[in-house]
Design a protein around this ligand. Structure first.
Ligand code: HEC
Ligand code: HEC
Length: 304
């Protein structure tokens, strides 16, 4: 409700709720007062199907009381729980509060399980089978939707199983990435580069950095423009983890390979976000996940 600037809707909703309950009570009262004329043999004079006659018997009392109890319950409930517009209810119950209480309880139960890893080095946790089984489940539940169940990512979602890092691959870098999240920002650069031809030539030069097929004449024309990129990608194009700027000299393309993809990057830029997990996962869970991610590219035989 905090999205609204006046409490009109709050009053509107509360009004309809209360009017509904009061209307039920009124209906109950009015119908209980209505007297129906009946004949001496207690029939109302209504006849169906030749000889089916309606008797004038009142509803059982207990049945009436159920209605009354329902109405009393409605008022008691609305006093205790949030139901009347923005009124919070006497008990202060919220969905978020109930969820948080359950999460806290589960975390308290899991705490001893994780405690063993608190004092261990990332390298040692990564070698611990029980820890890696936990790490894998955490990854499947919290990370796989973006990075893939094999952690190899997809377009715009980085591969975590190789040694190519946007933001650094030391345990501390990875922990910070997971805990605080990261925002990779490549600003639109076309204005700094020049004409559309300049942009295409520069794209050819970028392709040449990784030894990809390219037009070497255009690449040589574009080379000088790369100074506009060096602040983040480095003069040699090898990238800079402090800026989250990727290495352009390898064959790993987060946002697509080829002249069109690179021209699009230069013209439009890109903002790419890894969401912070600190509010979702405990520090102990992040500790195990850090080792799980670190371990993927530091296992014997892992991809370079
Ligand atoms: C909503 C999608 C999303 C989810 C969920 C997500 N990530 Fe990410 N992650 C990203 C994106 C996008 C990036 C790239 C950020 C950038 O371009 O700077 C990223 C980057 C990273 C990086 C840095 C990679 C590098 O090269 O430096 C790590 C490590 C990482 N994620 C780990 C995780 C872990 C562990 C989880 C689960 C707890 C997770 N991510 C969940 C989207 C996600
Ligand atoms: C302010 C820093 C900054 C500048 C300047 C900059 N970039 Fe980037 N660039 C980035 C970042 C950060 C990313 C990664 C975006 C992300 O996290 O997804 C990136 C990504 C890219 C990519 C995509 C790489 C891939 O793997 O798909 C290309 C290509 C690229 N930049 C080319 C250039 C060129 C060419 C220039 C010069 C005109 C340039 N960049 C200037 C920060 C910069």
């Amino acid at each position: 409700m905090s999205d609204f600037t006046s409490n009109f809707w709050s009053i509107y909703v509360a009004g309809i709720t209360l009017a509904g309950i009061i209307a039920c009570a009124l209906l109950l009262w009015l119908t209980s007062r209505k007297k129906i004329e009946s004949a001496a043999d207690n029939t109302t004079g209504h006849v169906w199907d030749v000889d089916l006659r309606e008797m004038n018997n009142p509803m059982p009392r207990w049945w009436m009381w159920l209605f009354v109890i329902t109405i009393v319950f409605a008022f008691a409930y609305l006093a205790a729980y949030p139901g009347l517009g923005t009124f919070k209810g006497q008990l202060g119950w919220t969905q978020v509060g109930e969820y948080q209480a359950e999460v806290d309880k589960a975390n308290a139960e899991l705490q001893p399980l994780y405690a063993r890893f608190d004092s261990m080095k990332t390298e040692d946790i990564a070698a611990d089978q029980a820890a890696m089984a936990i790490g894998e489940r955490l990854f499947m539940n919290n990370c796989a939707q973006c990075h893939g169940s094999d952690a190899r990512g997809s377009k715009s979602f980085p591969n975590l199983s190789d040694k190519d890092w946007l933001h650094g691959g030391t345990p501390d870098d990875i922990r910070k990435t997971i805990h605080d999240g990261r925002v990779g920002v490549m600003p639109p650069m076309a204005a700094a580069v020049g004409s559309p031809d300049d942009v295409r030539n520069l794209a050819q030069y970028v392709l040449s950095l990784s030894g990809s097929p390219h037009d070497s004449l255009k690449a040589s024309l574009g080379k000088a423009k790369f100074t506009a990129c060096a602040a983040c990608h480095g003069m040699d194009g090898k990238g800079m983890t402090a800026m989250g700027a990727p290495n352009l000299t390898d064959d790993i393309w987060l946002h697509g390979w080829g002249e069109a993809a690179i021209v699009a990057m230069i013209n439009d830029g890109k903002t790419n976000q890894m969401p912070a997990q600190a509010g979702k996962l405990t520090d102990q869970q992040i500790n195990v996940l850090t080792a799980y991610v670190w371990g993927m590219s530091n296992k014997p035989g892992a991809a370079k």
